[in-house]
Design a protein around this ligand. Structure first.
Ligand SMILES: *Cc1c(COP(=O)(O)O)cnc(C)c1O
Length: 387
């Protein structure tokens, strides 16, 4: 199947045989086990991180509705498997816990999503973090490196990192790519050699701002320890969330392309606006090599934090709120909100400056979005005229 067909059909292969058209939403917490021996066989498979041989036994171990979303996402990423979690942070936590046996530290490139930066910096999972620029990875990797972690395009600056180069520099160490901003529509990190792809499914995969979830796409061998962590820690995705995310995949390509087309237009207009000091929107040879398009997130700089806060307060149609990847347009102030939890030094390293705003462009009419942005920025133009 080609990609656009996969988006609509993947993870639905068993439905016709079940005599249904939409995936059943299975809310069972437990499953009848009249054949106790079969139940034991299934629980043995689940405990070793495999899929159940028959009954899911108990909902913390496996859920078929979530399983269909996982199959669908795995197909879109070109992965053997996907493992879904209750949030993007739970998904990252599971990879860190599963990686502990392989070393004592993680190498990570800033900027990262504020919560990911915080989780690594806090060393809560018992792994140290070594911050590095992409070109420093080769010299930092050693036998006790458990994982290399990058985000591309990065939150919130849209900086791109060369996945294939990082994979080459990491050698035998697995590379995790947080591909939340790109979605599998625009970027498939496993094809560039990454070991794990992480999505905050809360964002584009759900796409309507009404579900929290996370997912890792990877090989079946890497999926098994992640399922074991999920069972042990209970970091599971609720079946209703799994249902909504699976449905979200059906319109993912349409939504991503429509929002991207709006973002291309708005990025060009922002770049020409007198109040805007700089626009960060992916472009150039790495974009051509690694992605199928720049996406629908734009970061742009006004003079300082006071101006950024002013713009957020002036908007009418565009919602001033964190999160991203919804059908409606959101704007937020990273230094004061999503990246507030990051150390000052970490923000500086990631170029998360006070005047930066992050715009998640939706699928509305771009003229309405521009009218709203322009009226919010216009009062700053006088002040910025001498820029
Ligand atoms: C939101 C986000 C996360 C965290 O995901 P949650 O679903 O909020 O836990 C991780 N990475 C990126 C790039 C994000 O935008």
């Amino acid at each position: 199947m080609r990609r656009r067909t996969q988006e609509v059909h993947a993870g639905r292969e068993d439905l016709a045989a079940l005599g249904v058209h939409a995936p059943p939403l299975d809310l069972s917490t437990t499953y009848p086990l009249p054949d106790a021996a079969a139940g034991t066989a299934s629980i043995d498979a689940l405990a070793s991180g495999q899929l159940p041989t028959g009954s899911p036994v108990y909902a913390r171990l496996h859920n078929p509705t979530v399983g269909r979303f996982e199959q669908g996402l795995a197909a879109l990423e070109g992965a053997q498997a996907a493992v879904a979690f209750g949030s993007g942070m739970a998904a990252l936590t599971a990879v860190l816990l599963a990686s502990k046996g392989a070393g004592d530290h993680v190498i990570a490139v800033r900027p990262l999503y504020g919560g990911s930066d915080h989780l690594l910096a806090s060393e809560l999972m018992g792994l140290r973090v070594v911050w590095a620029e992409p070109h420093e990875i080769a010299s930092r990797v050693g036998p006790s490196t458990a994982l290399v972690l990058i985000e591309t395009p990065a939150n919130p600056t849209l900086a791109l990192v060369d996945i294939a180069q990082v994979v080459a520099d990491a050698g035998d160490v697995p590379v995790l790519v947080d591909s939340t901003f790109a979605t599998p529509v625009l970027q498939r990190p496993l094809a560039h050699g990454a070991a794990y792809v992480l999505h905050s499914a809360t964002k584009f995969l759900g796409g309507h701002g009404d579900v929290i979830g996370g997912v890792i796409a990877c090989s079946e061998a890497r999926a098994q320890p992640l399922r074991q962590v999920r069972i042990a820690t209970g970091a599971l995705l609720h079946p209703l969330a799994g249902y909504l995310l699976h449905r979200g995949l059906q319109t993912l390509g349409l939504r991503v392309r429509a929002a991207q087309s709006n973002a291309q237009e708005l990025a060009a207009r922002l770049a020409a606006h007198p109040a805007v000091h700089a626009v960060h929107y992916p472009s150039g040879p790495l974009l051509e090599r690694q992605m199928d398009g720049p996406g629908s997130l734009i970061a742009f700089r006004v003079q300082d934090a006071a101006q950024a806060r002013f713009v957020m307060g002036q908007l009418g149609l565009i919602t001033p709120a964190v999160s991203l990847g919804s059908v409606d347009t959101l704007i937020q102030h990273p230094a004061g909100l999503t990246h507030r939890i990051v150390s000052e030094q970490g923000r500086a390293a990631g170029q998360v400056v006070g005047g930066l705003l992050r715009l998640s462009v939706g699928i509305e009419d771009p003229e309405d979005l521009w009218a709203d942005l322009d009226q919010a920025l216009r009062p700053l133009s006088g002040a910025a005229a001498a820029k």
